[in-house]
Structures are given as structure tokens and as C-alpha cells.
Design a protein around this ligand. Structure first.
Ligand SMILES: NC(=O)c1ccc[n+]([C@@H]2O[C@H](COP(=O)([O-])OP(=O)(O)OC[C@H]3O[C@@H](n4cnc5c(N)ncnc54)[C@H](OP(=O)(O)O)[C@@H]3O)[C@@H](O)[C@H]2O)c1
Length: 253
């Protein structure tokens, strides 16, 4: 039986990924802030031996404790999934909220990757959840999109560094999904054109598939997202950023 630790697993993409991995015989440690939601998530997983760890990854003590846990316990898989963002124009959002986004999406992810990879052995895997926005700027979500570019580039470098050791590192980039992320960020998924929104089930299924295939350092979820990305690459930057500004939930009042 393989052991996986998933951050941000009390709901959304993290929980759905935990659910699908539990069906494939993984023993899961679910991490998030809300104990009640974690316990509810735990009780709905197939199989036994799963556990929860309550931690606010923006809290330095909690983050250090989780890093120490990853250094002490052997896991086969770490999924750095916890991530937040806030929609709105840069100076309309409190600076501390934007710095908190940077801390969770980058600093916590790097800290946990470090502990995990120091102990990782052949066959293990690290998955960092980025976003389609790793490939694009987002007016009305500038800091969030920038953190996701960081995640994609960081993960790709690690993919190369750890490949000779037989350790797989994947930067997995979902497009818009129907989780609570957008409500937490101050908007609804309905702010996006409906045809681009995927279900969290589909996102998790693609993640698990990419993990099994272990082919590429960077995977963009969903054929529609891959198609859009292809189209965007044909545009000049001015046109691409202008389109993102027009469709961004963060630019709508
Ligand atoms: N949904 C999308 O459209 C979309 C698109 C591209 C990428 N993504 C990325 O996918 C990942 C998962 O997002 P999601 O859509 O599933 O969002 P979500 O439904 O809002 O879930 C976020 C998860 O992270 C946890 N979390 C938030 N802040 C935390 C903190 N400080 N410490 C520990 N855990 C924390 C939340 O649980 P608690 O509140 O209990 O802590 C929850 O379990 C994120 O990295 C996001 O950027 C999402």
C-alpha cells in the first residue's frame, strides 16, 4: 500500500484527488485548516488507515511541524494542492492578503517539497498544483497568476533534477474548475464562460492519470484548456493580456 499526503484536501480538487487515490489503494493523510471538514472528508474515503492533520500552512509553526512530519514519516507521494487567490485589481486588495497568497502558494509549497524530496526514494512522486494561469498573466488576479508561474517553473526544474533518481516531479495545471476556490477568491465560477469550467472529478481523474503515466514535467488539464493555450501562443502579448483582462472575474464589478 502506498502512502500519500495531500494539502488542501478538505474539499475541492484536493479532496476529490484523495477520494480517487483511496480507491486505488493509497493510504491518505489529508491536510487543511478546518478539522470538521477534514473529518467529514476522512469518513467518506474508501479503505482504511487514512488520517488527518490540521494545519494552517500560512502559520509558520504549523508549516514547520508538517515539514518535520514529512522528514520523519516516509510518504510515496506528496501533492502540494492547497492554494488561494483573491480576485480584484492590485491596489483594491489588501496587501496582506496578497502576501498570504504568495506565502501559501509558493513558500509553503517549497518548504514541503524540500522535506519530502530529501527523503524521497526511487518510485516516489511529487505533484505541485499550478494553474492554466501559469502560462498567462491575469489582470484582476495578478499576484495569484504570478504565483502559479512560479509553481510551474519550479516544478519543471525539479523534474529534471530528480529524474535520474527515479523520482517523478509533476507540475499539474488545472483550468477553471467548479470548486469553492472562486467563492473564496471573491467571485463565482459562473463569472467564467461555462464551456471552460471542468468538474473537480474530471480534474482529479486527469491528475491521477498523469501521475500514473509519469511522462511529462508539466501537464495542462482538459483538452479545451490545451486548445485555448495553443491559440494564445499564436497571439502577441498585448492581444493575449487584453483578452485575459476582458474575461477575468477580477476585472468585473
Ligand atoms: N478551482 C479552480 O478553478 C482552479 C484552477 C486552477 C488551479 N486551481 C488550484 O487548485 C488548488 C486547489 O484549489 P480548489 O479549487 O480545490 O480550491 P478550494 O475548493 O478552495 O480548496 C482549497 C483547499 O485548500 C485548503 N486551504 C486553504 N488555505 C489553506 C491554508 N492556509 N492552510 C492549509 N490549507 C488551506 C482548504 O481547506 P481549509 O479551508 O479547511 O483550510 C481547501 O481544502 C489550488 O492550488 C488552486 O490554486 C484551482
Amino acid at each position: 500500500m502506498k502512502k500519500a499526503l495531500i494539502t488542501g484536501a478538505s474539499g475541492g480538487i484536493g479532496f476529490e484527488t484523495a477520494r480517487q487515490l483511496a480507491q486505488q489503494n493509497y493510504q491518505i493523510t489529508l491536510v487543511a485548516r478546518n478539522r470538521e471538514r477534514l473529518e467529514q472528508a476522512l469518513s467518506s474515503l474508501n479503505g482504511s488507515g487514512h488520517t488527518i492533520l490540521v494545519a494552517d500552512l500560512n502559520n509558520t509553526d504549523d508549516l514547520q511541524k508538517l515539514a518535520a512530519h514529512l522528514s520523519a514519516e516516509k510518504y510515496d507521494l506528496l501533492i502540494n494542492n492547497a492554494g488561494t487567490g483573491t480576485y480584484g485589481q492590485f491596489t483594491d486588495i489588501a496587501l496582506e492578503d496578497q502576501l498570504a497568497t504568495m506565502k501559501l502558494n509558493m513558500q509553503a509549497l517549497v518548504t514541503l517539497s524540500y522535506s519530502f524530496l530529501q527523503k524521497a526514494t526511487k518510485g516516489d512522486a511529487l505533484v505541485n498544483i499550478g494553474s492554466l494561469l501559469a502560462h498567462s498573466s491575469l489582470p484582476g488576479g495578478s499576484v495569484y497568476a504570478a504565483t502559479k508561474s512560479f509553481v510551474a517553473n519550479f516544478s519543471e526544474s525539479l523534474w529534471y533534477e530528480f529524474k535520474p533518481k527515479g523520482i517523478f516531479v509533476l507540475g499539474f495545471n488545472p483550468g477553471a474548475a467548479n470548486s469553492d476556490f472562486h467563492v473564496h477568491a471573491g467571485r463565482h465560477t459562473s463569472s467564467f464562460p461555462e464551456f471552460v469550467v471542468s468538474s473537480v472529478e474530471n480534474v482529479a481523474t486527469e491528475l491521477v492519470k498523469a501521475l500514473q503515466k509519469r511522462q511529462k514535467p508539466r501537464v495542462v488539464q482538459g483538452w479545451k484548456n490545451r486548445f485555448m493555450l495553443f491559440g494564445f501562443k499564436l497571439l502577441n502579448r498585448k492581444a493575449a493580456v487584453s483578452i485575459m483582462g476582458k474575461i477575468s472575474p477580477g476585472m468585473q464589478n
